[in-house]
Design a protein around this ligand. Structure first.
Ligand code: ADP
Length: 573
């Protein structure tokens, strides 16, 4: 319908929810307008919510009279704009509408709206302003969400008397009706006010009825975007000067912000979008998914923490076991060094008798020369030549004794393992000298070196010397009681594949097969004063150098051949 400029029919749409506020209610207004503005013909059409919306959208209306809630929705959707607010007798136009929530007086546990959690409540309809929304806001403010926290909400429609009847019958625990209805029904003798209790009851100076909620502005009359401004102005002026008729008149447009606040808090009407995007709205809609996600997240966190914990624990265990291994190795090294040292001392101990004898020789010679010089001096025939000869001999013998002592000290010194290039022949020679120096009746020890300079042996010289000493001493022990010609020893040093091999060959008593199998076992000995540690220590030393120690009976002569091999580290061209 095309909006009118001036004159002609003016369509007024009235919101009439299921016949509430029937056309008759508004007839004084229509009558008045037709009188005040006779060039127009004002016509009243009633609509339900959907119909009114459709009529506004289809530009079929010039004026709209509706409740505050619906007005705010249409204002947001189609830009309708209030020009006056209804002023009913005894009310303040901006504070005229409220709701009352009633329970039966014998419901001893219901006093405030918060008590309604888990209860059954009756109301008019989900979109009814005074018949639901106004009370819903107060319930929400008291922590009870009417959409989810009630046991049941029954929307019973109009008339509101039905709600009060349902409460009275006990069909529901409480009912929401517009303020003043109970008083009206009581005045008409239809109910007894004292049979009911007003939940969260409050007083308001602007309204003399029982209330459970705050107050909202009265119904407005609004123009649409298409309404002619001249007509709008004329209607507004006429309404503001309308005399009270049937307790009804019009006042300047009230502030409808409280209605906006209500819609925003309930997230309905123009504020429905808040429901969609707020975390709370999302949470409410997607809680099973969120719960699932949360469970997965928790599971993931627990898993991560557990893995982290295990990694920590295993790392700590690994660190501990590595530390324990290092400690054990260090301990083993120390005991091996101690064992080697003991073994040297034991070799020395065994040789000490002969050593004393050996040292005795130069000391006796020194004593003899010294006494000769003294005697000659006493008898007066000490010649300078005799002094020179005696001094030279004394010095030489002292040097010999000193050499023996030094070699022993050097050998017996406690020391740590090293690696250096060694000369096997030189070490063999040193060992030979040490033994021969300590023995009164030493056999002949021949050293044959066939090794070329191409083989470089990296080893601990002192340890290798100890191996030589052990093998030589064992060989001497093995042929101690044999004729002198069988006591001689041979040490052969030769290349063997990429290695240097050393053979200590005697012609002694040898070993039977049974003894051969136990030869390298610790504490295996055939000597009354033997320890049985020499060969195991030699084996440990050689193997620690990456070499091998073995023993074979001689092929053609009696006696044994003890051999060891060591790797050649650098083969120079
Ligand atoms: P110990 O000399 O204290 O007995 P060893 O481990 O050095 O300890 O030697 C173990 C045993 O091996 C000796 O008791 C001896 O019976 C035997 N043995 C070692 N070398 C020879 C050898 N050259 N000829 C015969 N038997 C030997």
């Amino acid at each position: 319908m095309v909006p009118k400029a001036f004159g002609g029919e003016v369509a007024i749409g009235v919101f009439a929810y299921q016949g509430e506020r029937a056309a008759a209610d508004w007839s004084p207004v229509i009558r008045y307008l037709n009188q005040a503005l006779p060039e127009h013909h004002f016509r009243l059409d009633q609509y339900d919510a959907a119909g009114l919306r459709q009529a506004i959208a289809g530009h079929q209306l010039d004026l709209v009279i509706t409740n505050p809630g619906y007005y705010v929705s249409m204002e947001a959707a189609f830009g309708i704009s209030r020009i006056a607010t209804l002023d009913t007798k005894d009310d303040h136009p901006a504070r005229a509408l409220g709701s009352v929530v009633l329970a039966r007086a014998d419901q001893t546990k219901l006093h405030v709206l918060a008590d309604l959690a888990g209860k059954r409540v009756a109301a008019v309809a989900p979109e009814a302003f005074g018949g639901y929304l106004v009370a819903a806001r107060e319930m929400l403010n008291q922590g009870v969400d009417p959409e989810s926290d009630l046991k049941e909400i029954q929307f019973v429609g109009l008339p509101m008397n039905r709600i009060i009847e349902a409460v009275q019958r006990g069909d529901v625990d409480a009912g929401i009706v517009r303020a003043c209805l109970p008083e009206q029904l009581a005045n008409q003798g239809k109910i007894r006010f004292e049979d009911f209790r007003v939940l969260s009851g409050r007083q308001d100076p602007d309204l003399s009825c029982a209330l459970s909620t705050r107050l909202y502005p009265n119904w407005p009359i609004a123009v649409t975007r298409q309404t002619d401004p001249v007509l709008a102005k004329a209607v507004a002026r006429a309404l503001l000067s309308m005399p009270e008729s049937d307790g009804m008149s019009w006042s300047v447009p009230a502030d409808y912000q409280p209605v906006h606040d209500l819609f925003r808090e309930l997230r309905i009407g123009p504020y429905t979008y808040l429901r969609e995007i707020t975390p709370e709205g999302l949470a409410r809609r997607f809680w099973p998914w969120l719960l699932g996600l949360l469970a997965i997240l928790m599971g993931w966190i627990v898993h991560t923490v557990r893995v982290e914990h295990q990694v920590h624990r295993r790392t700590a265990e690994l660190r501990d076991s590595l530390a324990a291994r290092d400690q054990a190795e260090a301990k083993m090294r120390t005991s091996q060094e101690q064992m080697e040292h003991l073994s040297r001392l034991s070799v020395l101990g065994e040789l000490s008798g002969n050593l004393a004898h050996e040292l005795n020789q130069p000391l006796t010679t020194i004593g003899t020369y010294a006494r000769t010089v003294l005697r000659r001096q006493e008898s007066g025939n000490l010649t300078p030549e005799a002094v020179t000869e005696a001094s030279t001999e004394i010095a030489r013998e002292a040097e010999r004794a000193g050499g023996i002592v030094q070699r022993i000290r050097h050998f017996a010194r406690k020391r740590q393992a090293t690696r250096e290039t060694i000369n096997l022949a030189e070490i063999a020679e040193e060992a030979r000298r040490l033994i021969v120096g300590m023995l009164a009746r030493a056999p002949e020890v021949v050293i044959e070196n066939r090794l070329t300079t191409r083989c470089k042996v990296l080893a601990d010289g002192a340890q290798i010397q100890q191996v030589f000493l052990n093998l030589i001493k064992n060989a001497i022990d093995a042929n101690r009681d044999l004729p002198i010609e069988r006591q001689n020893l041979r040490i052969v040093i030769e290349p063997l594949e990429n290695r240097a091999a050393v053979h200590v060959i005697d012609q002694g008593v040898g070993l039977d097969n049974e003894q051969l199998t136990h030869l390298f076992e610790p504490f295996f000995t055939t000597k009354p004063d033997g320890l049985g540690l020499g060969l195991p220590i030699c084996k440990t030393i050689i193997e620690a150098h990456g070499g091998r120690l073995w023993a074979e009976p001689n092929q053609e002569t009696p006696g044994m051949c003890f051999s060891f091999s060591l790797p050649c580290h650098e083969l120079s061209a």
